[in-house]
Design a protein around this ligand. Structure first.
Ligand code: FES
Length: 159
């Protein structure tokens, strides 16, 4: 087991077990990454490299998977994950104004977390609730017909 400074020995032992069980078959890569993120919380470049070395799956391929699926994250997430849908229906109904408000109020750009570890803000593609546009998800819970006024009220519910 190799020590990666940001993770504990125990976490890395668990990751090693997952890698061992998954083997070198690329078809096991996505489940392996899902479980690894489940243990570590995120998949930084150091872990992608570590998995690449152990599985002999190219680092480029791993990076490609991690960046393709929005489920994966390369940075630690905050306590609450806020996703704003920027699909066509939501965009037409004004989701860009919500993005602007959040970026201004929290002094942050999307894809990042607030310094207090409270929120991670992410843009999402259509989440399949276009009839409720514009749509926001907080920890997977769907909020529809969002306005800049309702935004504050909803986010205040999450500490
Ligand atoms: S475009 Fe936002 S839910 Fe479909």
């Amino acid at each position: 087991m190799e020590k990666l400074s940001e993770f504990t020995d125990e976490q890395m032992q668990q990751v090693d077990k997952l890698i061992e069980a998954s083997g070198t078959n690329p078809s096991g890569l996505i489940p392996l990454l899902e479980k690894t993120q489940g243990i570590l919380g995120y998949l930084p470049p150091s872990i992608q490299q570590y998995i690449s070395e152990k599985t002999k799956i190219s680092a480029n391929r791993i990076y490609g998977v991690v960046t393709f699926y929005s489920y994966f994250t390369t940075k630690p997430r905050a306590r609450h994950r806020v996703q704003l849908c920027l699909g066509t229906a939501c965009y037409v109904k004004g989701s860009d104004a919500l993005v602007e408000k959040i970026e201004k109020d929290f002094n942050i750009t999307f894809g990042n977390s607030t310094e207090d570890g409270r929120f991670t803000f992410e843009k999402a593609r259509c989440v399949g609730a276009c009839g409720l546009a514009p749509v926001m998800l907080v920890d997977g819970k769907v909020y529809g017909k969002m306005t800049v006024e309702s935004l504050d009220k909803i986010l205040n519910e999450y500490e």
